[in-house]
Design a protein around this ligand. Structure first.
Ligand code: 5CA
Length: 158
């Protein structure tokens, strides 16, 4: 296993989460890639999106079918300006590279928000540290171990 995936496996173990990290040589870089590789629906893929809200990094866990509404994230953060983090900022904020950013295992804690639409599934799949690795987890459990705030983050649903 790649060391970055190993770090995620270790963190999950420390958190008491029993999951298997699944590696796909064909790659799981995007939510669609992951859904295709796993053979699951796009909605069950957890996108880990890093934004910078008034200068503070924040991680949003968003269903693969949704686009994140920056205004909603800004309101949740009490921030006036929300921008997408660039590749360097993603690595700086999470310790992982785009395409592999996991929902756990960040060297420094950052605020976490979770798309309420993920809660509708029995099982969702998140990146496990690399663009080739994912793990499946009950979204309720994912919320518990991340402490993420669950809210409506989707664009186009008022
Ligand atoms: N491994 C999959 C899901 S299991 C995954 O990580 N998907 S993701 O959606 O969380 O990560 C890809 C996301 O990274 C894209 O949706 C996009 O929001 C972001 N991204 C891709 N390229 C860039 C870039 N150049 N700058 C900033 N963000 C980017």
């Amino acid at each position: 296993m790649h060391p970055s995936a190993g770090r995620v496996a270790e963190t999950l173990q420390e958190l008491g989460v029993q999951v298997e990290i699944i590696e796909f040589p064909q790659g799981t870089r995007t939510a669609q890639d992951a859904a295709d590789a796993i053979g699951t629906s796009l909605g069950q893929i957890v996108k880990s999106l890093v934004f910078v809200a008034d200068g503070r990094p924040v991680l949003a866990l968003v269903s693969g079918v949704n686009r994140l509404d920056r205004d909603k994230l800004g309101r949740a953060m009490g921030a006036a300006r929300v921008r997408r983090a660039d590749a360097d900022a993603v690595r700086q904020a999470t310790g992982f590279a785009i395409g592999g950013v996991p929902p756990v295992g960040h060297p420094d804690p950052l605020p976490l928000f979770m798309d309420q639409d993920l809660m509708a599934y029995d099982l969702v799949y998140a990146a496990a540290g690399t663009p080739y690795a994912v793990f499946g987890i009950d979204p309720q459990r994912l919320q518990e171990v991340t402490g993420a705030t669950v809210l409506d983050l989707a664009e186009g649903k008022e």
